[in-house]
Design a protein around this ligand. Structure first.
Ligand code: SF4
Ligand code: SF4
Ligand code: SF4
Length: 277
């Protein structure tokens, strides 16, 4: 496709997908918030894609900042919506398709069937900060402690279940406090792990409970990095620049760390043979 058309068509497609979600939810829920919310996020992501196609170096951090701060500061702190996994369980137990349930359905459960772990690369407010630390790519070999994520996942579920079982006071205040405390703990753990393992994304690889949803769903992702094996000169650069240690030269869905790919495009940008797309 002509580069000039590509510059506009890809951002436009992404923007339209988000608009379809925005308008559908607005009409279905009769709530203008959904129109504004998904329009804002879609516009921010479309802008990032446009900047990326135009080779702007900070395209991804711009999107991370626009979406991450919106979710953390506006939705989380100002609107007091718990958009973390506890918020997801909370609304699920209430039996309503609202707030965190919609967020999880779009960004972390069904969306990844289309765009894999794009959430992790472009929108997560935890990674938005962790990505600023000095260890852009891991400096030590990966550890086999990914099982911790399942414990975190179970703890988040049991915490919310216990609130309902024991009818623990004002749920809304508790969920807001859980959001604040949860984020402080996540950032603290993320910083410590980044420096101990010399890897900005150690928290994502070993601790984050959301990956229990993200990894299996992104296995089937439509949008994924592919390698033109005829062009590849096996220089290994893609592996060296990958923050998630993915073997991107293997096109199989079973490729090593395949479900870790966050679509950051570092491998694509750095491949000297133009073999990745
Ligand atoms: S793995 Fe978790 S912390 Fe890391 S980017 Fe994804 S959702 Fe955020
Ligand atoms: S960087 Fe490109 S050429 Fe080098 S191994 Fe990776 S895909 Fe092949
Ligand atoms: S460098 Fe490539 S393979 Fe690694 S996470 Fe980014 S897009 Fe995925």
């Amino acid at each position: 496709m002509n580069l000039k058309i590509k510059k506009y068509i890809y951002p436009l497609i992404i923007w339209l997908i988000f608009e379809i979600v925005a308008v559908s939810l607005w009409l279905k829920k009769d709530n203008l918030f959904y129109l504004l919310n998904f329009s804002y996020i879609g516009t921010a992501i479309a802008l990032g894609v446009y900047l990326f196609i135009n080779n702007y170096r900070y395209a991804r951090p711009v999107v991370q900042l626009l979406v991450g701060t919106y979710m953390l500061v506006y939705l989380g702190l100002i609107c007091r919506e718990n958009m973390q996994i506890e918020g997801f369980w909370y609304y699920l137990f209430l039996g309503v398709f609202e707030a965190a349930v919609i967020h999880y359905a779009v960004a972390k459960i069904f969306g990844p069937l289309l765009f894999g772990r794009g959430w992790c690369g472009y929108a997560c407010w935890t990674a938005m900060i962790l990505d600023l630390l000095p260890f852009k790519t891991p400096e030590l070999p990966g550890k086999k402690i990914g099982w911790i994520r399942y414990i975190m996942f179970a703890l988040s579920f049991v915490f919310v279940l216990a609130l309902f079982l024991f009818q623990a006071g004002d749920f809304e205040i508790i969920m807001f406090r859980a959001f604040i405390i949860g984020n402080i703990l996540y950032y603290t753990a993320g910083f410590i792990l980044a420096f101990v393992f010399k890897d900005n994304r150690a928290f994502c690889k070993y601790i984050c409970p959301v990956t229990v949803f993200l990894k299996p769903m992104s296995y089937y992702a439509v949008i994924r990095i592919r390698c033109d094996e005829d062009r590849c000169i096996s220089c290994g650069k893609c592996k060296r620049v990958c923050p998630m240690e993915v073997d991107v030269t293997d096109n199989s869905r079973k490729r090593k760390n395949g479900t870790e790919c966050i679509l950051c495009m570092e491998c694509v940008k750095n491949c000297p043979a133009g073999a990745l797309y």
